[in-house]
Ligand binder design. Sequence first.
Ligand SMILES: [Zn+2]
Ligand SMILES: [Zn+2]
Length: 259
Amino acid sequence: MIDSHCHLADEAFEPDLAEVVDRARQAGLRHALCVLAAGNAAEARRADRVATLWPEVRFAAGVHPHEAGRFAGQPATVVDVVRAAVADRPGVRALGEIGLDYHYDVAPRAVQQLVFGRQVTLARELALPVVIHTREATDDTFAILREAGEGQVRGVFHCFSGDAGMARAVLDLGFYVSFAGVVTFPRAEDIRGAARIVPLDRLLVETDAPYLAPVPHRGQRNEPARVVHVVEALARLRGEPEATVAAGAVAAYEALFRP
Ligand SMILES: [Zn+2]
Ligand SMILES: [Zn+2]
């Protein structure tokens, strides 16, 4: 089992990180991708502890669309911040999470687009996959990936929240699709439709912990061990054994992130 996207270095885990890691291991998790905010020094210190407690963990580093406003007027400098975050940590296997969020619009859209595009270009240069966060910004996300990635960049759409049609577009672009606990939420029929059509070799599972706890833990702090509920839900709606889904997700994780 794997968790392809969690924020284990978040301050929410500071009090009991060792127990959280123990529970993940007991749940059968071998690997996890811990997503870091490039340039966040406090989180970087906590990430050192994550790496000590769970040496198999690998990292992604990037500037989230919510943070893009820091680079308004000087979007090119995002490249220096992300490059430094990658250089400082040997376990970085991806740039992310990066993308566009037009639901919250925390940063102006034009700035989000520039900051995202620069990071996609950097991913191409560094030959690293990207972890994409996109919300209500499907067309612009694809346009920037095509233009800045020039067909050379691969990655994953994390916490996939589109329908089957969007999943097909993601697959056509050569990307992976990662499902989180949202797939267990009652009103997620479109997302479940997408989860039925993604081939096993492009399917990833994640918690996005500490966010997005799946049913039956909804509303609580989420943690990597709970990825088993995502696998259960996917197995049920795809009509496949849980072991098949879990093995597929592990193989896809290894193919994409080379942990
Ligand atoms: Zn996200
Ligand atoms: Zn996340």
